[in-house]
Design a protein around this ligand. Structure first.
Ligand SMILES: *[C@@H]1O[C@H](CO)[C@@H](O)[C@H](O)[C@H]1NC(C)=O
Ligand SMILES: *[C@@H]1O[C@H](CO)[C@@H](O)[C@H](O)[C@H]1NC(C)=O
Length: 209
């Protein structure tokens, strides 16, 4: 069984570059706040997250900041996208800018504790509480609230059903997400943990692509 599984993995390995399933309203990936940091390395004078993914500053809704902030974090995650399945990193800077790294995955070690800042703001413009996972934060000037997200960030290594595809499955390995596709005509059987005839598989509403 294990050998068969390995053979299946080998033969049908297929890193998916598929679309990130964010369809606007209410469909935000689970985000992890890493912390609040100065956005520029004082020694190299370079930005830690150097790729501007989105600037939303003209649209900042100062009067509706709490909702704006939540949407900004989701929009930024959507823009950054899930890449090749690795953990993704982005930051919200200057109240309305979304920055990400040119090189992926971003090495969090770069953000040493000496770069920590308290110039990030959450709901009601209160100082950011990094350990409150229910609240988003954005950095002020030259400050960045750093986030991570990714399917395998919150999951241990193992095999998972693909919420977007019943004819495939996902594997988390070292925080990396790998997409696998069943052979043509087969669907992934969660209970038996292999690709099976469709008549034996309950997709529970998951689409078959
Ligand atoms: C920050 O959030 C955590 C988790 O919700 C909470 O336990 C803690 O009291 C908060 N700290 C402050 C200063 O509000
Ligand atoms: C499929 O699974 C769902 C929940 O996982 C269950 O509610 C449903 O009854 C199942 N359908 C069949 C045909 O077994």
């Amino acid at each position: 069984m294990v050998a068969l599984m390995k053979a299946l993995l080998l033969v049908y390995v297929c890193l998916s570059f598929a679309v990130f399933s964010l369809n606007g309203e209410g469909n935000c990936p689970q985000l992890k706040k890493v912390g609040c940091f100065k956005s520029i390395d004082e020694i190299s004078k370079e930005k830690f997250l150097s790729k501007l993914a989105l600037t939303d500053r003209p649209n900042i809704d100062w009067k509706n900041w709490n909702n704006y902030l939540r949407d900004l974090a989701c929009k930024c995650a959507e823009r950054v996208g899930e890449g090749n399945g690795e953990i993704r990193t982005f930051g919200l800077e200057f109240y309305g800018e979304c920055w990400t790294s040119r090189n992926s995955p971003f090495k969090l070690e770069t953000l040493k504790s000496e770069y920590a800042s308290d110039n990030c703001y959450g709901p009601n413009f209160e100082k950011c509480n990094v350990s409150n996972s229910n609240e988003q934060c954005a950095g002020g000037a030259d400050t960045i609230a750093v986030y991570q997200f990714g399917f395998c960030l919150f999951r241990p290594d193992g095999i998972y059903t693909d919420p977007n595809d019943c004819s495939g499955f996902l594997q988390c390995y070292n925080n990396q997400k790998l997409n696998f596709k069943c052979p043509t005509g087969k669907l992934y059987n969660v209970e038996k943990k292999y690709c099976d005839s469709p008549s034996n598989v309950n997709c529970s509403g998951r689409p078959t692509t």
